[in-house]
Design a protein around this ligand. Structure first.
Ligand code: ATP
Length: 315
């Protein structure tokens, strides 16, 4: 049961539980990857966009910290101390000086290692759910600071919407544009791609002079967002990691070609892949493109999604 709402935020302050949080997947409308920094991260200039493909995390009071799950990746994803959900709960408990006691359950729809930041989404959901269950009373920004130590995309997934990400993606500023709904098709691949491997491949391609010219800042993308025309937005979607993902997974070229032939306005690899996302004109067009991708058998599943969506929210 919700008891109160925080003064500087739209989230409740404490609940007796269970607390259920829904969190979206993210795609990158623009992913500009700069050079490798001395701290091992690449400097990013990215435009994040939260879409209507959700994981759901439920937190209940407990005597220890436990995690169970169902859905995508069940039986494959480790539920031990390595899981970002457990790590997020422990990080919050340490920061707030409370015992890390909760029974957590994940209903997962975001594919593993898909370039949709499912792990970061789950960490964001956990921070919000445990904050409420434990009454630690942190703001979304404070949760974001803890989240940034767990994964670069966690701060964005607490906020959602469409936002500019800089640094290694953890510094997030919302992009304020008149409300527009964009319609996507998400082509989910069989198996994942490890993000570090995709970055290493990009470094290799760049060192060998065979990578496309780096995208740089997202100015054209930001201008296109303001025009609210999917054809205009489609023309400027871009991802510096795409060449690397295609080098590691050449079959993704067939996925992109199939989506284009089916009439999608644009198609790109999402983040580090192997998920591909296609921009369409409206909901009916998205259904048509998704059906064509499914019929062609080029992906495990093709689903429609809308964006932007809010970040992690109590439901
Ligand atoms: P990103 O683009 O943020 O690097 P991704 O979408 O490609 O991520 P994720 O599904 O977020 O991939 O996770 C990458 C890896 O993180 C997984 O292969 C898994 O080993 C680890 N991981 C730890 N906890 C989780 C979790 N709760 N959900 C998914 N992956 C997790």
């Amino acid at each position: 049961m919700t008891e109160a709402w925080g003064p500087d935020d739209d989230k409740p302050r404490r609940s007796a539980g269970p607390v259920r949080v829904r969190v979206p997947a993210k795609i990158n409308l623009h992913l500009g990857v700069g050079p490798l920094r001395s701290d091992g991260y690449h400097e990013l200039n990215t435009v994040y966009h939260a879409i209507s493909l959700f994981d759901e995390l439920t937190a209940r009071a407990g005597d220890t910290l436990t995690l169970t799950m169902e859905g995508e990746g069940a039986g494959e994803l480790a539920l031990d101390e390595s899981n970002l959900i457990i790590r997020a709960a422990r990080a919050l408990a340490t920061e707030a000086r409370v015992p890390a006691h909760a029974r957590l359950h994940l209903r997962k729809s975001i594919p593993l290692a898909g370039g949709l930041a499912g792990g970061s989404a789950d960490a964001a959901a956990t921070l919000l759910a445990c904050d409420l269950l434990w009454g630690t009373g942190l703001s979304r920004d404070e949760l974001g600071e803890i989240g940034a130590t767990l994964g670069s995309d966690v701060p964005f997934l607490l906020h959602g919407g469409t936002a500019l990400g800089t640094g290694h993606g953890e510094a997030v500023s919302p992009i304020l544009a008149r409300p527009t709904t964009w319609h996507w098709v998400v082509a989910i691949a069989d198996g994942g791609l490890a993000t570090p491997e995709v970055y290493r491949e990009l470094d290799r391609l760049r060192a060998g002079g065979s990578a496309p010219v780096a995208l740089g800042p997202a100015d054209a993308l930001m201008a296109a967002l303001r025009q609210r025309d999917p054809a205009v937005l489609g023309a400027v979607l871009g991802n510096d990691l795409q060449a690397a993902a295609l080098a590691l997974r050449p079959h993704l070229a067939d996925v992109l070609k199939t989506g284009a032939e089916a009439g999608a306005l644009a198609g790109i690899v999402s983040g580090s892949g192997p998920t591909c996302v296609f921009l369409t004109a409206d909901g009916a067009h998205a259904q048509t493109v998704a059906a064509a991708l499914a019929d062609a058998g080029v992906c495990r599943e093709a689903v429609t999604a809308r964006g932007p969506m809010p970040g992690a929210r109590v439901i």
